[in-house]
Design a protein around this ligand. Sequence first.
Ligand SMILES: Nc1ncnc2c1ncn2[C@@H]1O[C@H](COP(=O)(O)OP(=O)(O)OP(=O)(O)O)[C@@H](O)[C@H]1O
Length: 253
Amino acid sequence: MGAREATAGRGLAFQLRGVSKRREKGGVAFDLVVPELEVAAGEFIAIVGPSGCGKSTLLDLLGLVLRPTAAHQFGVWDQNAARPGWRDVTTLSPRGLAAVRRASIGYVLQTGGLLPFLSVGENIALTRRLGGLPVAAEDILALAGRLGIVEQLGKKPAHLSGGQRQRAAIARALAHGPSIILADEPTAAVDRRAAVEIRDQFKSLAGKLGAAVLMVTHDRELVAPVADRAFTFELERPAAELTVATVVEGGLG
Ligand SMILES: Nc1ncnc2c1ncn2[C@@H]1O[C@H](COP(=O)(O)OP(=O)(O)OP(=O)(O)O)[C@@H](O)[C@H]1O
């Protein structure tokens, strides 16, 4: 563990230095390079860039779904109720990574990713069950109230509008009290009004819960007025069969 990493912790959600991920398909390689990325608790961060630049790859790295190919430093704040603390991702076992994911990370996908055979309330409760946490009806109700979906709790996801589905997905991602919320194009499948509402929910949740929210979007205009900071990608083509995407701060104008 490096000196800076040892001093990091509560207050920081992520600290990455010299992290990279190589993806290869059909003899063509894509390198995502993160020279330096620090995200504080409570920050609302936009991740912007054109299709194929590496947005989902970055989110999957931060979500501990993909292992980095190389990493000088990769720390994450773990919310684990029994043992909260700063974790060094580079040394965690697959089980350790899964435990951090369950306790500390909430994921919101483009079209919600709710399980269709469960009601909205059961979908929300599932996140707590999977994390081994007790499920109290009043907590689910309070969360649903905050997101304006109390009336939808007994319905199956198919019976909700796109905007309601996304708010249900946000509630599900928050149900276990994560310190980090990762959202991959959460407003892509809804109209403008719902997109603005969803964006504002994320913003206020980051503020109120002190969670770090990282939202991937191609919609710069939507996030520019509210994002605390943004990251984007500088693309290079050092060889015909290699693209290198470097994560840099900026991208909103
Ligand atoms: N499972 C995979 N195996 C190999 N290469 C992949 C895989 N998934 C993505 N890639 C490649 O990695 C690069 C980055 O893809 P990624 O999905 O991260 O981009 P993105 O910015 O999220 O794109 P989009 O906006 O279209 O979703 C692309 O060149 C893509 O072809």
